[in-house]
Write a protein that binds this ligand. Sequence first.
Ligand code: MSP
Length: 512
Amino acid sequence: MSDANEKIYYITTPIYYVNDVPHIGHAYTTIAADVVARYQRLLGKQVFFLTGTDEHGLKIEKTANAKGLSAKELVDEVVERFIHLWQVLNISHDDFIRTSEERHHRAVHAFFKMVKEQGSIYLGHYEDWYCVPCETFWTEKQLDNENCPECGRPAEKVKEESYFFAMSAFQERLLDYLQEHDDFVMPKSKLNEVLGFLREDLRDLSISRSSFNWGIPVPDDQRHVIYVWFDALINYLTAAGFPDDMERFKRLWPADIHLIGKDILRFHAVYWPTFLFAADLPLPRQVFAHGWWTVEGEKMSKSVGNVVDPEVIVEEYGVDAFRYFLLREVPFGADGDFSKASIKGRVNSELANDLGNLLSRTVAMVKKYRQAVIPAADVENAHYLEFATLNNEVRLEVAKAMADLTFHKVLAAIWRLVEKCNQFIDEQAPWALAKDESRAHDLDQVLYCVLESLRLLSLYLTPVMPEKTVQMALQLGQAEPTAASGPEVFTWGRLKTGGEVVKGESLFPRLD
Ligand code: MSP
């Protein structure tokens, strides 16, 4: 049982902009976070998994105007796409935060006031270049011939009264912090990037706008709304109970991990820590930046028309195959390419051939040679002991790789067990043992080892493939994988014996 004061494992995704419909990039971060959340729950941890949407800003106001909608109407419409996609992808988030919610409004106000009282917010003017489509300000130096260095479109020069956050005052403190906490930014290569940002002087940050209305008003100054990051980042505090329920907040904050894409690293690893320093709140334990997906070798873009709708992929390949592919194909942190040929290749070889066949041939053998009854273990049998040792190695490798968020290694470790089973069946040839009455005990042990491995596989794989692993467990005559939880969950030798296997549908039919 978990203790009511225990720190809750807190994991977040970015909150997604609702000026666009969800694509594979959004699905990627959310699936990765879901896998970690499910794995931690399986180990018996209390987990709080947060995702949501970032709903304010000029771009939304403009898009809404163009469509003849109010900003609120627009965001209410688009948010449904995200909520629906998370259902389709079996995302097990505990909360979904929208920055247009009242609770967030209260949190941003409380946070703003704390930082202002501490002396880190002042009123001034800013003059800058602004790229409307990217919602990003650039200095003159950063521009590319007066064009946005990111999208190449023309930037506009703007001068406005604005509230500023005195970010520059925290540069030294942040540098020291990063040096002392070398796993704050992961993967390691990204830490250098962050240190690179800090080699240049940090500028104070403009955190309000008076040029549009769709946002949270600055406390005591209705002329201004709070501007993007000073609104968006606070979501991580809001959902943890800040400032309404500080008891709960203490059990959740600091977040254990913020999963993000590499493009928003600066905001999470520079801006966010300095905001928290100013508010005198602890920093999240880790910020992990993953890479970007291209599609069939090309950058995904609306104008090229190659934006991948995750729901379409799920229709074609199934949700678990999609989840598996995203995590197996590229090391988390590196960039990757999404192609139909590669997903199909992995489905056919790894999922259908290696895993699906292993299950169906095993169930078929138990039916044929043992009238479907799951044999008991002989705990002194050499195979039993050998498998127990292998499982132990796999369990540790999975734990290590999960802690490092190297999902491809998690799956590679699990596949050691899949491959071992397939090889073991070929070597032991149960069909030959079945012909010889004197080898009945050996046959039982061979079947036991493979069945128990498959039961463990259904557990190891449940965070990645929550649907198929339920089917696996049911065919094996076992309880659903999520019924088990606790630190001992991956222990060898807990197969429920005496019951029956059940022939079911093929887990992963081959794709032509
Ligand atoms: N609203 C901000 C985040 C605020 S967090 C306090 C935002 N939203 S976003 O919708 O534009 O992007 C969300 C995430 O999607 C980012 O982490 C980004 O890296 C990710 N991706 C967008 N395109 C992607 C790919 N092509 N590949 C992988 N991830 C990508 O930024």
